[in-house]
Each structure stands twice: as structure tokens, then as C-alpha cells.
Unconditional design. Sequence first.
Lengths: 550, 335
Amino acid sequence: MSTDTDTRATPVEQPAPDRRRRRDAPGLSLRELLRFCWTQLTAMRTALTLLFLAALAAIPGSLFPQRSVSPGQVRTFLAEQPFWGPVLDALRLFDVYTSPWFSAIYLLLLVSLIGCITPRTIAYAKAVRAQPVATPRRLSRLPAYLSVRTRDPQGALDRAETWLRAKHFRIRRDGDSISAERGYLREAGNLVFHVSLVIMLLGIAAGVLYGYRGTAVVPEGRGFSNNLTQYDDISSGAMFTDRDLTPFTVLADQLDVRFETGPHAFGAPREFTLHARYTEGGPLESATIQVNHPLQLSDGTQVHLLAHGYAPQITVRDGNGQVAWSGPVVFVPEDGNFNSTGVIKVPDARPERLAFEGRLLPTAVVDERGTRSAFPDAENPVLFLTAYAGAPKAESGVPENVYTLDKTGMRQLTRAQEIQLTPGSSYQLPDGGSVSFDGLQRWTRLQVSHTPAMGVTLVGTGLAVLGLCLSLFIRPRRLWVRVPAVGAGGDPVIEVAGLDRADARSGLDIDVEDLAIAAADLDRAAPGNGPDPADTETPSRVTGDRAEES
Amino acid sequence: MNIYGEYSMLAMVTAGVIYMLAVLIHAAEWASARGTRVKVRPARTRSAMLAGAVVARGAGTDAADPEPAEPAADTGPTVPEPTHKELLRTEKLGRIGLAITTVGVACHAVGVILRGVAAGRAPWGNMYEFTTTSLLVLMLAYLVVAYRFGMRWLGLLAVLVGTIGLGVAVTVFYVDVAALVPALHSAWFLFHVPLAAIGGAAMNLGAIASILYLVRKRAEEKGTVRGYLAKLPDSARLDRLAYRLNAFAFPLWTIVIAAGAIWAQYAWGRYWNWDPKETFSLVTWAIYAIYLHARATAGWKGTRATIISLVGVVSFWWNFVGVNLFIQGLHSYAK
Ligand code: HEM
């Protein structure tokens, strides 16, 4: 615990411990050195510095493209900046949030946090059970102090006690004085908040270490089963193993997509709904997956709809008249109007293998800007293909990119985009065989993700907010009343004093005054219960005060 | 554009013009207070009954005064010199400014509501709508503290923020009414945005109080609190008000980030993506946490802590405007 906070929690009479005290470095034993490091690390000033560094360190991640978010932009950056690119890369500025320096800061912060909470929790556990501190001898030295005459000194402490109890003060009465304290929950709230931060960080760490997230493209009518081979890409935490993949299967039955047809934001996406069925081992159940409405499996695994596009249904007959390919082919959209490109590979066609490069326009128009798609929905789909043929190739086993065509060993059969197909039409290839465009389907890119301990993180966050509110809005306060025998003028006098234990609180004077009025029984004693002079001040002042006491 | 959209725009522009007028009047109010000086007022007594019985009093300083050593602490609350003709004029100008602002806020509210009617949904689907709605919350918050807590002295700067903000929204951010993109169809989004607007309003009012605190504190240290500054609460009180507003904003901002994270979990299957918008709201949050820590650390109280809170509000604005305009992220509504 820091000395800074110590001073805040103790009554002002005690001198603050001297923070500038130096220990002579040469004489330090290892034990002392460790102790010194620990004290430094858990000091409030260090927390301040580390928080500041953490805030600062997070910034470059939003100024430079990050590999985890936009790998493409990072590649472009590196290509365009042959000097600065590698320098920034060496500084890990494209992977800020996984960089050693970022990790170092938050780990230090975590240690500092734990080192800070532990002693404070122990101190608090003692303080909660303890009685309020004894009444200081010289009340007049406290920040708020009042002594008033009273006609009934005997009843003063009783009246004070009644007043304090009504205000939920904890009370210690010894002989001629009362010491009262309120607002214990503030420190509790503060501790809960800091502990919750630790809980949150642990939850987040568990999620990162044991979680995974992968994507797969699934055409309508096809399915996805959760095993590694079915993923297009997958990223997972250090502690993840294949066994953490929950077994389930999703069938992508139909994707409904709606686009804006009104004059504003024409063509903007308005709705995607995937009608699907899924099973976790039991019978098939139906589900709809939408943006913001993932499919939620029983163990918390989520299936999200990330993207979609077109998959023309293609049948290719080879030179021998055999069906060498039949099925949907995934085309990749290149812009908001879904001008899409794709590759049809038919390695099994004989006597020669066949391949096609294609361009799909869901709503084809021809205008001064050329032939293009003018709307993202499939209003007038046209498929342009360029055919290639080549000698059969031995199965190499090396996975190929399905979206690009390696043309080595192949010759072009038709002129570029000579083949023009609409759904239901087909084209005879020059060397025999045919290609037909049977119909247009859509595909979806599904994301499967599992983040363990999300509940822990969420509960941690909730507790943090709760603790924060207690910590910020509860005002701890100490009040004292003493009944000395006789005052200066011969009248009985009582003393009232107060001390606030938190930053920037107000209304202490008023509490002290009210307590004095109650204890001295001035309510009855005072001759004229006239209006409060404070109420007759200029309007802005009075209301200004009220703002602070509310 | 449908007819409601047109009326909405008309109301927004009208509100902007009215705000501008209010700024001019508040500026005149400040100018008219040139002659005001600080006068020390005798210690306040709680009531007449107490006055008769008091034998002795403590120094009368507030226990929570962040820097008891500062000279102004002993002077206590200040009032302007009484019954000066100029004073009356200042007061009158202030009231007129507030009244005009109220009319402007009404217009502004009509604009926001009509925008919602025109779109058939909550009016916070894009940058224009988010800005106008947030500014409305800011102006409403200002009216609340001005009428209820007598904090009309925030007027000049608060309405200035309203004027500039609305002006920029209408001229730079404006887009026609359109339906929401699917990513924004989320209850968490509906929860996230108004809380962000309320938290932002508190931070901004807090920042205005902080600026006035810094100015007034300097004047107090030089021993010359003159002009409109003398009409402000003393620096200790300004500091406290700024703290209150920031302390109100901080838990809200925490909830805003949490709600955003939950929404992200639904939208992208990942509650934290380190996208620029998220990153900067976390940075803003951290800066306010630093501010709260700084207040509790000896040597950082007062001016230094206040400057940290101002850095926080700059970070808030950068997140609100800068990130949207200059950095591309997942938050598609930024466009
Ligand atoms: C992840 C890092 C941390 C965050 C986000 C954080 C946040 C906060 C916040 C928001 C408050 C304000 C609550 C209030 O004013 O009552 C606070 C108070 C406090 N923090 Fe932290 N904190 C962090 C780490 C630490 C560490 C490492 C220490 C130990 C040195 C620490 C010690 C304290 C203390 C003593 C207070 C009470 C101040 C007071 O009485 O006003 N905090 N913290």
C-alpha cells in the first residue's frame, strides 16, 4: 500500500510519513532490495505511471494497421514503405497488442494491482470490525470545528447519538464524548473495484489462451462439421487443443438477403438471414442466423454470419461426354455491387483437364462504364467464362488456392470471357464437352468461435461497476462530540468536530453544524426560528451550494 | 428526403442559429461583468439559532479542500460588489442567454425527434444522427445544471460547444435519412449510444468546469479575481464540481465500454477487437482512471490532476470525431 493513501486515511494531526526518505543503495541486502522493489511497484505513483504507459501504449495500435485486424493493409504498408515498414515492424507496431512491451506493461500493472489490493484488504478487514477511533484530544484542530453553548449539557450526548444513528453512523461512546464514523462501504467498493479488475483480466486471459476462432465458406445446401480440416482458417490460443472443438454440424439451407432499393443508400445491405439446421449429436434442429444473432451452442460456442456471396451452380462435361464437375463454385465479391470473380477447376476431365476463369455479374448492365453489375442482388445474373485446357496432372496432394488458377501447362481454349451464360444456358466447348450454368446460389462465410470464461469476465465487469459506484459516491466521514464541563463565559459548552476521509467531499460544515444544533438542543432553545440567512443570498450562490450537497 | 427529414433539418439549423445568438449574449454577459471584484464575505452561519450559541469555530475551510495552503481557501465564498447597475445588467444578460438557449434546445429536440420519425427508428444510426443526438443530451444536461443547481456560468462555453458541434454536424456530417445497416440492429447498441451520450455530456461539462477552475485558480493565486471570474464559485468549489461531473461520467463510461463489448460479441463473435474506436474509448477511460488516481496522490492534486482530465476530454473528442474521420475501423456507422 502506498504512503500517499496512508496519509489520506489518517487524521490530519499525524504528520505524513516522509516519502523522500532514502535508503543507501550500497548497503542494501537482497532482501531489502526486493522489498524496495515491491514497495516501489505497489506505490500509487507507480500505478499512475503504469496506467499512463498502458494508455499511451494502446494508441499506436489504432494509428497503424494491425495484423490481427487488417493483414492486407499491413502488407500494403510494408510494400509502400520499404524503409519505415520494417523499422515499425521490428518495433512490433503492427502487432501492438501482442507485443512484448505491451504485455510487459499490463503484467506489471497486474502485479502492482495485486500488490496494492492485498495489504489494503487486510487493513480493511481489520478496520471494519474495529470501533471508530477514540475522540482526539484537541477537536479544535480538526478541519471542521464548532463549539456552542447549551442549556442542557446532560442530554447532549444522547441527542447527538440519536442524530448520528438516524444518519447511519457507527458510534463509539466513551464517557464525555462520542466518536462516530460512516461510509465504510467506500473502501469496500474501492477494493471490490480493483479486485474485479483482476477477475476481469483473468477471465480475458483464459479466453485468449483457451479460445479459438475460425471461418469457413459454406454454399447454400451444404454443411459444416466442426473439425480442423473444414476450416479455411483458424486461430487459437496457446493452450488450445483439437479436443476443445465441440462436435456439431450446421447445414446452410438458405440465405435470404435484402438490399436497399430506395433512393438513399441504394444497394446498401439491409438484412441477411441464414436459415439453417444444426445438431450437436441429437436430432437436427432448425435455426436462423443473422448479423447480431449468432447461433448459440450449448457450450457457448457461437456461429456467426460474417460475409456472403454468389456460388453459381456449374456442370462441366468433358470431351468424353462424362460429367466431370457438378456443383456450386464460390465466387468472391469484389465490390458493393457484388461484381465477383472465381475459378472453376475440373482436374478430372478427360482426355484433357479443364479450367475456367470467370466473372459473375448478379445484376448485369451495359453502359458507358462497360459491362458491370449495378446492384448487389441477383436481378439479371450473367456469368462470363474463359476456358483453358491442358494435359491431366498427377495428384500432388499440395493444397491449391481455390480462388486462383495456375495456368502453367494449360492453353486458352476460348477468347477472354467469350463464354457468356445466363442461368439455364450452356456452351459447347471447341474441343468437345460443355459447360452449363444451372442456377445461382449464395454462399456464406461462417465464423465459429469459442471464448471460455466469458462469464467470469462479464461478472468481473459488473462487480467493477458496482464497486466503482460505491467507491465514488459514498462519502466516508467522521464526527465527534464532546461535552466539556464549563465554557469560558461560565455557560456549559459542547464541542463538535468533523473530518472527511475522501477526496473532494463537501457538506462537512453543514453536518457539524446540524449535529451541534441537535446536540445542544438549539432547535427549542433558539428564540426566533427565523429563515436561514443562507437562503437570502444571491440566487446563484445558494443554488450553487445545493448542487454540492445533493 | 421525406417531409419529416426536411423539417428536422430546418429545426436543427434554427437551433444552431439560436445557439449562436445565445453565445453572443453570454459573451456580452461576461464582458459586462468587467467591473466586478471579489469581496470577502463573513463566515456563513447555519441558522439564526446557531448564531446565538456559537462560542468558537474552526477555520471554516472545507475539510476536502484539495490544497488547504492556497491563499483563496481563506477568503471563503465570494460575491460580486452589491447593487451596481452593471451587475444588474450582467444578471439580466445571463438570464436572457439561458432563456434563449432553452428555446434553442427545444428546437434542437424537435430536430432530433423528427429525424427519428423520418427514419422510423432511434436517431443514432450514423455520425450525423449520433452527433446531433449527443449534443442534445449535452445541452439538456447543461439546462438541468443551470436551472437546478444555478450553474449558469457554464453557459458561454457549453453553448459554444453546442453551436460549433451542431454547425459541424449540419455542414460536414449530414447524410439523408436511411435505414440501419444490419450490424446496428442490436438492443445493446440502443443501450450503448444514449449512455455514451450522457457520459460524454458529463465529461464535457466537467471539462468546462475544469477550464474555469484553472483560470479562476490562476487569478486567485495572483490575487486578482476580476470580471466574470469573480462571479464564478471559488476554485475549490469549481474543482469539486468538475470532479463530481467526471466521477459521474466514469462509471457510465465503464458501462458504455462493457455494453459495446457485449454488442461486439453478438456482432462479431469477439468482445474486444482493438479496433480504433474501442481502443480510444479504453484510452479515454484509462485517462480518467489516471485522473482519479492523481487526485488521490500527493503532489498531483489540483492543477495537474485537472489537466489530466482535460487530456481525457480531448481523447473523447478525438475518438468521437477524429477516429471516425481519419481512421478506418469495424465501426461501419462512422461513415
Ligand atoms: C488496472 C489498473 C487500475 C485501474 C483501472 C484503477 C482505477 C481506479 C479508479 C477508477 C479509482 C477511483 C475510485 C475512487 O476514486 O474511489 C481508483 C482508486 C484507487 N486506486 Fe486504482 N486502479 C488501478 C490500479 C491501481 C493500483 C495498481 C493501485 C495501487 C497502488 C491502485 C490504488 C488505488 C487507490 C489507493 C485508490 C483510492 C483512491 C482514493 O481513495 O480516492 N489502483 N483506481
